[in-house]
Design a protein around this ligand. Structure first.
Ligand SMILES: NC(=O)c1ccc[n+]([C@@H]2O[C@H](COP(=O)([O-])OP(=O)(O)OC[C@H]3O[C@@H](n4cnc5c(N)ncnc54)[C@H](O)[C@@H]3O)[C@@H](O)[C@H]2O)c1
Length: 454
């Protein structure tokens, strides 16, 4: 049984791992370079915003301690998980800047420790980074040998913001890259103690695990783009309905239904950057990754495409309300958000743009500067709009009635990316534009007739 673990980096993922591991009976020592973060955790509070994080840290307070000292953490635990940022660098790769600094402190701590200790990198990195970028720092600083004096693993998590703790405790599978068997054995033991769903463990080399992590995310983005392409097909086919087509695809066990709901593009802190990073890696290794490049370009081009489509419905200079600026509902995160990109594209095409988001408005205001007015008051966004575009499935938007959207106006265009507002369709005052459904049967029929008629 492992009793004591340490977590280096108490951000969105690290703090949630502290909560999750302590809730399963482990004593957890958290380390961060930020004093406020350390103070928050020691006070039994969440250092970042995440579902149930504050409650779980408070409930398990007696098993949690935070410190600025990596030495203390290494001395008082058997295994240390490193979850520091690996931001994208100018090449599109993941920078090891923060991880190198953390590994330097860990190496210095290992030097002072008698006895075996395992270091586990959880931050997302590219193939070769753990062995060739970080391990040499540990060996240099500690003066010790990996595999003999200490162990090393790469163990990324597959979590979504908003459900990080649940996802961490109930993974689909446990991806375990190991320097050697002994390191992997200890990490697997921790997993067995922590996992709530007895998820299967896939053990492999460090490099295979590094590739598998980014490949999972990159593959999912491919499904999303594929579904968006199908949505486009359906708009050009009589009776076309992307949900009907996606449901059929989803019945095939080789494909599955998840991430096939065509609508808008992918965004957020992981999907786009993992795709770009894998593409960089391909270039560096001489692997043909044009598939990834096309996918990324296709996704980035979606906003422009939808602005062009809108041109048939809207006069130049019209006011457009974009509802949903975070990359998904009920989030404050706007990194690579399709809603923000759409605001930029609309502004670039000469429209007056008002963006709304309950949680993400302050971040979006900074990102959009003078390109759009941003508000967290829905009524303010709707008041002067000539068109309303709903980018997420947030119930605040999808439950709006025709009267609520129209206010004093007699006519309005509503674009619904996720087909959640079909109650608006029958209202003659609303030009309802659901993405992924055919709206001009006649035109669609004519084009197919021209193609196939004799
Ligand atoms: N957030 C996600 O959705 C998610 C999902 C999967 C993987 N990841 C990966 O996890 C890693 C961390 O992501 P995050 O979102 O938790 O980052 P974050 O920015 O929220 O948190 C990182 C924390 O690390 C701390 N830190 C930095 N350097 C440190 C050091 N030397 N010692 C101790 N603490 C240090 C920071 O102060 C911060 O509190 C990244 O590699 C990311 O790609 C994140």
């Amino acid at each position: 049984m492992v009793e004591n673990v340490s977590i280096i980096g108490l951000g969105k993922l690290g703090a949630s791992m502290v909560a999750g591991m302590s809730s399963r009976g482990l004593n957890v020592i958290g380390v961060d370079i930020n004093q406020q973060t350390v103070d928050a955790v020691n006070a039994g509070k969440a250092p970042v915003q995440e579902t149930n994080l504050g409650e779980m840290i408070a409930e398990n307070k007696e098993r949690i301690r935070a410190t600025l000292s990596t030495d203390e953490a290494v001395m008082e635990s058997d295994i240390s998980f490193v979850i520091v940022p690996t931001p994208s660098d100018e090449r599109g790769a993941f920078s090891l800047q923060y991880a190198s600094y953390a590994f330097k402190s860990l190496g210095q701590a290992l030097k002072k420790k008698d006895g075996y200790h395992v270091i586990v990198l959880t931050s997302t990195v590219l193939p070769g980074a753990t062995r060739h970028g970080l391990l040499p720092i540990l060996e240099k600083e500690s003066g010790k040998k990996c595999g003999k004096d200490f162990g090393l693993c790469y163990n990324p998590e597959f979590i979504a913001l908003g459900s990080v703790i649940r996802d961490f405790l109930n993974p689909d599978f446990y991806l375990l890259g190991e320097f050697d068997e002994r390191s992997g054995n200890l990490l697997e033991q921790v997993h067995n103690q922590v996992s709530q769903n007895e998820a299967p463990v896939k053990r492999m080399s460090l490099e295979n695990a590094e590739l598998a992590k980014v490949a999972v995310n990159s593959y999912v983005t491919m499904k999303i783009s594929y579904a968006n392409m199908l949505a486009d097909f359906c708009e050009h086919m009589p009776g076309g309905d992307v949900d009907v087509v996606s449901d059929a695809l989803g019945m095939d066990k080789r494909i599955g239904r998840k991430y096939l709901t065509g609508g808008f593009g992918f965004g957020g802190p992981c999907f786009p950057r993992d795709n770009v990073a894998l593409n960089f890696m391909g270039g560096a290794m001489g692997v043909d990754t044009r598939l990834l490049e096309i996918n990324d370009n296709y996704n980035r081009n979606l906003s422009k495409k939808y602005v062009e489509k809108l041109e048939g419905h809207l006069a130049k200079g019209a006011s457009v309300a974009v509802l949903g600026l975070a990359y998904k509902p009920l989030s404050h995160v706007i990194e690579e958000s399709p809603g923000v990109y759409l605001c930029k594209a609309l502004s670039g095409a000469g429209y007056r743009v008002i963006g709304h988001d309950n949680l993400a408005a302050p971040h979006a205001e900074v990102a959009l500067k003078s390109l759009a007015l941003v508000t967290d008051r829905l009524q303010e966004a709707l008041t002067d709009a000539d068109a309303v575009i709903v980018t997420t499935t947030d119930k605040t938007y999808t439950s709006l009635t025709a009267d609520q959207i129209l206010g004093d106006r007699s006519k309005l265009t509503v674009v619904d990316f996720w087909r959640c507002m079909s109650h608006l369709e029958s209202d003659p005052r609303i030009d309802y534009v659901p993405v992924g459904l055919c709206r001009d049967e006649e035109k669609a029929s004519v084009s197919l007739e021209e193609l196939w008629g004799s």
